[in-house]
Design a protein around this ligand. Structure first.
Ligand code: THU
Length: 157
């Protein structure tokens, strides 16, 4: 029997350690949480995606009375980016969240499994790692790819 490991490296940064472009993306993801429609969970998530054409697309979770019909912030942003700019490559994504108390979560919120799979597809289309910034109230987790969030992923397409 052989074994192998799947690992991810996560960098923890303070806001002052971010590059100006990273900070812009983080702030746009934070702002996007205010456009969340989440009357059921009251958990507001925002995402901001930087494309290689310089555009930044934002999205926020949109809930629905038929609960499974709602969509996470990450997928609302990535599907909009894909629909608006089909030829652009994803470069980076920032994800922020505010909890039921309305405050930004102290511990950065990491995307759900379905969003990881959806985002991975755009990373494969881009042909290189899409930087991930997971935003907490006072710290940011940085990963160099979506793949790091979804090791051992389904990629048979
Ligand atoms: N949600 C997101 O928007 N992104 C995630 O990665 C996890 C969860 C949303 C879905 C739902 O509207 C609310 O947060 C509570 O789960």
């Amino acid at each position: 029997m052989k074994t192998f490991e799947v690992k991810a490296t996560v960098e923890e940064l303070s806001y002052s350690e971010l590059t100006p472009k990273e900070l812009e993306l983080v702030n746009l993801a934070r702002e996007a949480t205010f456009r969340s429609y989440s009357p059921y969970s009251h958990f507001r998530v925002g995402a901001a995606i930087l494309l290689d054409n310089g555009e930044i697309i934002t999205g926020a979770n949109q809930e629905n009375a038929a609960y499974p019909s709602g969509t996470c912030a990450e997928r609302s942003a990535c599907y909009y980016a894909g629909a608006a700019y089909p030829d652009a490559k994803f470069r980076a994504i920032a994800i922020a969240a505010r909890g039921t108390d309305g405050e930004f979560v102290p511990e950065p919120c990491s995307p759900c499994g379905a969003c990881r799979q959806a985002l991975l597809q755009y990373e494969l289309l881009a042909g290189e790692g899409v930087k991930v910034l997971l935003v907490g109230a006072e710290k940011v987790y940085r990963l160099d790819s979506i793949r790091a969030l979804l090791p051992f992923a389904f990629t048979e397409f």
